[in-house]
Unconditional design. Sequence first.
Length: 339
Amino acid sequence: MIIVLKPKCTHDQLQKFSSDLEERFPVKVNAWFGTQSTVLGLIGDTSAVDIDYVAAQDIVESVKRVQEPYKKANRKFHPDNTVITLPGGQKIGDGGITLIAGPCSVESEAQICEVAGRVKQAGAQVLRGGAFKPRTSPYAFQGLKAEGLELLREARKKTGLPIVTEIMSADHLPLFKDVDIIQVGARNMQNFELLKELGKTDKPILLKRGLSSTIEELLMSAEYIMAGGNEKVILCERGIRTYETFTRNTLDISAVPILKKLSHLPVIVDPSHASGISWLVEPLAMAAVAAGADGLIIEVHNDPARALSDGAQSLTPDQFDQVAKRVFQIGKAFGRKVD
Ligand code: PEP
Ligand code: MN
């Protein structure tokens, strides 16, 4: 719900009105100050707000229900693209193409360091690697956990690449203190308590779309993090469940321009989990960049046949090198910032 205040409205009146709304309704009020007028945005359950009550207030010029239930993630209130700057100076969402690459799971020091070095050479700006793994089977490899995080730090030290890794529980947050980007996996996209805790941190959050979540639900999850005060959210389309069985998931390529239109947040695509098949990664990666994605997250393993998770969709470093070249060519052809 959007409320436009009359130009004569004083600061005291605004304060009083905001607290009144927050007391009466389950909403949080945010104010944007323009040169002509002040606009209030209500976050929360606006369906419970009595629009006639709002319209009847002296200082209200107009009130409108807006369709989207998300505000902070909404491009309407933030027309400029959000650009996220990582500690090493790498930028996500600035018109360039950010390549995030690395193994599904961190398995050993030799593995993560070798892959990190190779993906960096190929043009990757961020290293991925799972330490806490959400596996369908409790008997499958669950990740090296704290040791995996330590190995990621080691690989970062050797290569200078910032690291992104998945968190599965807010209880683990102390372990993620010096992780550069915290990933929320598809299975946790609607773990609202986790999202709220991440909203209290100042880390960039890579938020993956849930397996069966709508675009609006993804944006509402981003809203949870942002409503807590952390506006550094990167959205990730990683394929959704459909009736198709050839691929592991179906890449919803239309989600890319739709998310870019609805939100100012950077959008990246994960062609590895979207397809589940290594030879499909290249065409899907190229399609994603052509559709306007700000970056890609791609699984790379030094020995995919022996990977402890997701080997079938993992590229070798040589294959990644080729994909990176093709992706940068596509980017150049579309006038993107590519060095
Ligand atoms: C992953 O990135 O390894 C992963 C588990 O991804 P998703 O949450 O998209 O399945
Ligand atoms: Mn994986």
